[in-house]
Design a protein around this ligand. Structure first.
Ligand SMILES: Cc1cc2nc3c(=O)[nH]c(=O)nc-3n(C[C@H](O)[C@H](O)[C@H](O)COP(=O)(O)O)c2cc1C
Length: 223
């Protein structure tokens, strides 16, 4: 009877120890042996890792890591932005207003329209929807926008003031009915506290041909 009791105790202990071992395995990173909390494990799973290519296989690029940032209320600037991105082979970030512009908002003949009022208020800073792109890892930033009353829309001021352009090449471009880029890009440079190397901007017509954009990029790449 005593032997039977001992055997029973040993069997129960073995089951309990086995269960403990399998529980702790779930919390241990097997390769490092470091114990991770559930939250850390989660962040390791969801944080995307940047792929860095070894230097000898890295593609030669004048632009380094580039991105095309743009705001577009009726699609003209967006078209140009997407063409630039596809030529360069880089990503895009669209500045989306928290409060979308309606047709009435964009009515430039109406002095009470939202666009008119914003452009006439130098302190206007329309909010941007969602998480704003972090430019810190980029070398080249194309920034595109439509001309509104001879200026960049105020939401560009919101964007530029939130970024640091130190060490980056910034290439402004715009689309417009007929106005040139004027002082719109230099005004943005001032808001960026003249940090970064801002190239002189370019204006495209809404009916710009792909070949014109290609030639512009080729000329820029040679500079
Ligand atoms: C509120 C507003 C103001 C505008 N002001 C000008 C202007 O001063 N000069 C001009 O040539 N075009 C002006 N336009 C026309 C736009 O610049 C042009 O249609 C541009 O390509 C629109 O780009 P998007 O479709 O990316 O918004 C204005 C348009 C709007 C809506």
């Amino acid at each position: 009877m005593r032997i039977l009791k001992k055997l029973l105790t040993l069997a129960v202990s073995a089951v309990v120890l086995g269960a403990m071992a399998s529980c702790s395995k779930n919390n241990v990173n097997e390769s490092s042996g470091i114990s991770l909390s559930a939250a850390t494990e989660q962040s390791l799973i969801t944080t995307p890792k940047e792929t860095t290519l070894p230097s000898d296989t890295e593609p030669e690029s004048k632009w380094g890591k580039a991105v095309v940032v743009y705001f577009s209320s009726t699609g003209n600037t967006k078209e140009v932005a997407l063409k630039i991105a596809s030529e360069i082979g880089c990503g895009t970030y669209e500045i989306v207003p928290s409060k979308q512009y309606t047709n009435d908002d964009l009515n430039y003949s109406n002095k009470r329209s939202r666009a008119y009022r914003e452009q006439n208020d130098k302190n206007s800073r329309p909010e941007i929807e969602g998480t704003v792109i972090d430019l810190s890892s980029y070398d080249t930033v194309f920034i595109g926008y439509p001309i509104w009353f001879a200026k960049a829309p105020r939401i560009l001021c919101t964007f530029v003031e939130r970024q640091s352009f130190e060490g980056k090449t910034v290439i402004p471009f715009c689309t417009s009915g007929s106005s040139g880029i004027g002082t719109s890009a230099t005004e943005l440079t001032e808001l960026a506290e003249n940090k970064g190397k801002w190239l002189s901007g370019t204006r495209f017509s809404p009916s710009v041909r792909d070949v014109d954009i290609e030639q512009w990029l080729a000329a820029l790449a040679e500079k």
